[in-house]
Design a protein around this ligand. Structure first.
Ligand code: ADP
Length: 359
């Protein structure tokens, strides 16, 4: 049966969309270019060519062709998550795929001049700012996770930031990270630009590429909840209540994951196998958690990596999660495209996900 992307019956289910990048110069220069996928957006299906005679069809919550606009991708994939964050739940939007397939284009694109080109990070903050009242606050942190070390992209001297988990509430926090209050969209665009510049120079210093690290934007919302005055409440209680208005806190995580390509295969120069495993530990661990959740396993290995620890209170349970998987069209990347599609298919199976369980 068909399910809508924003199907409220099962808020814990991970929604998965696939987005195809348009052909780039490299694809166009291939003498023997062949598409490895065929998209059927009206059926929300994607056909993956296995060989000349055979193909397999996969169903997603949404299938975006190479002409899908940034606006439409935001509205389908991220808006339902943003709405749920505005009503007090945590939420996550993640992009997964091979380097060069459009993760950063989809999530992080700033495009100061042409607003129609902006990605999910900017649109989400814009949407939040226009839906809150004066008494509410929006704050952001911007981080990079590389080789299991968290670095603050708004204060790059802060590295090796620890993750704190409140065992009573299950709340995950990063003590010491800079959080900046967002006043308006222009100021947020500046912040994002500073973060991008810091990411670039940090990676130059580390002699690595941005594609090997995860970029994580955290948006914290604090909203004053209108008081509910009950009949049987005494005037004294009401007075106490109005002195301490209820505040509802929620957070949105937007995660631009490291490139999903295997680093241990030939072609990734200068990387030892052990190093490659470590660079991708968080991504591997996310894959393991998704598999365990898809199989309804009683043991979800969230403690194995920083990424999965960070996601613990924003993924599953009452939190709403969207995953966008990005692919390129060329058959030359058939193996990587296949593994990305399989990752997305496993995430689709996470139905009725319960809160990530402690080990
Ligand atoms: P990734 O983050 O997955 O490594 P990028 O987002 O950097 O990939 O995209 C690689 C290149 O492809 C960039 O030049 C980007 O502008 C372009 N690109 C990606 N997706 C699209 C799209 N949907 N439409 C137009 N250009 C795109």
């Amino acid at each position: 049966h068909s399910r809508d992307f924003d199907d409220d019956n099962d808020p814990g289910r991970v929604r998965v969309a696939v987005r195809l990048r348009p052909r780039n110069a490299e694809d166009l220069s291939e003498a023997d270019f062949a598409d490895c996928v065929e998209l059927h957006p009206e059926l929300k299906r994607l056909k993956l060519r296995k060989n000349n005679w055979n193909s397999e069809s996969y169903k997603f919550d949404e299938v975006f062709t190479e002409t899908a606009s940034q606006k439409r991708v935001y509205e389908v994939v991220a808006k339902p998550v943003v709405e749920s964050v505005l009503s007090g739940y945590n939420g996550t939007v993640m992009a997964y795929g091979q380097t060069g397939t459009g993760k950063t284009f989809t999530l992080g694109r700033l495009s100061k001049d042409d607003a129609s080109e902006r990605g999910i990070m900017v649109r989400a903050v814009e949407d939040i700012l226009s839906n809150i009242s004066l008494a509410d606050t929006v704050e952001v942190s911007y981080l990079q996770l590389y080789m299991e070390s968290i670095q603050d992209l708004l204060a790059p001297e802060k590295t090796n930031i620890p993750i704190n988990e409140d065992h009573k509430t299950g709340e995950v926090s990063l003590p010491g990270t800079v959080t900046v209050k967002v006043r308006d969209l222009d100021q947020f665009l500046e912040l994002l630009q500073i973060g991008e510049a810091n990411r670039h120079s940090a990676n130059t210093n580390l002699n690595t590429e941005s594609s090997r690290s995860h970029a994580i934007l955290m948006v914290f919302i604090r909203r004053s909840v209108p008081e509910i005055v009950e009949d049987d409440i005494s005037s004294q209680d009401m007075k106490t209540k109005s002195n301490f208005p209820l505040v509802r806190k929620s957070k949105l995580l937007i995660v631009d994951l490291a490139g999903s390509e295997r680093l241990d295969k030939s072609g990734s120069e200068g990387i030892l196998l052990e190093e490659a495993k470590f660079i991708n530990l968080s991504l591997t661990s996310l894959g393991k958690c998704i598999n365990a959740l898809a199989e309804n396993s009683p043991h979800i290995p969230t403690r194995d990596s920083k990424l999965t620890r960070l996601l613990r209170d924003s993924f599953g349970g009452s939190a709403r999660t969207s995953l966008i998987i990005t692919i390129g069209p060329s058959s030359r990347h058939h193996a990587e495209t296949t593994s990305t599609i399989m990752f997305g298919q496993r995430a689709m199976k996470i139905v009725n996900m319960v809160k990530l369980k402690e080990e």
